[in-house]
Design a protein around this ligand. Structure first.
Ligand SMILES: [Zn+2]
Length: 163
């Protein structure tokens, strides 16, 4: 059995162990307690108690392990990694390289393609170099700053730099 540390959508720590996915519940000193991610959905009480180096307690789950769910989460982490390291890559190619190793039986559980695309666009946006704050009226608004997420035009009018 191997541990795998992943990140949730919101960037929180997520731990995969024995086919189950855990979210950090609490941590104090050298001990941390992780609860099953089906805590709310299925009222699963499965918990993993960890010291820094070993499992102290691994209580029972009320459902079977889900390796395909882990596969999906790994794929989404990979997708974000690729997007974040390749700002020039098209959303299509990012999706292509993130999904090329996913087993066919898991691929049906992936989020909708549009959600994947939006995730990539969001990661790419975060990577964009923001310009310095303008110090006078003569500044140029970069093209990518004139649009909102859905790519519709946000800036309605720009008189240019020769007012
Ligand atoms: Zn569980």
């Amino acid at each position: 059995m191997t541990f795998q540390m992943l990140k949730t959508e919101k960037g929180k720590d997520m731990l995969c162990y024995d086919g189950h996915i855990f979210l950090k519940e609490k941590e104090n000193g050298t001990k941390s307690i992780w609860k099953c991610n089906q805590y709310y959905k299925n009222k699963c009480r499965g918990r993993l108690h960890l010291s820094k180096v070993k499992i102290l307690k691994n209580t029972d789950h009320n459902h079977v392990p889900s390796s395909s769910e882990i596969q999906i989460k790994k794929t989404l982490n990979k997708l974000k990694d690729i997007a974040s390291n390749n700002s020039d890559m098209s959303t299509q190619s990012v999706i292509g390289s993130a999904l090329n190793q996913i087993p066919i039986e898991s691929s049906g559980q992936l989020p909708n393609i549009n959600i994947l695309k939006r995730t990539i666009q969001r990661v790419h946006k975060q990577k964009l170099q923001l310009p310095n704050d303008p110090t006078d009226l003569n500044f140029i608004i970069p093209d990518e700053m004139t649009k909102i997420i859905d790519e519709n035009l946000f800036l309605q009018y720009d008189s240019g730099i020769n007012i």
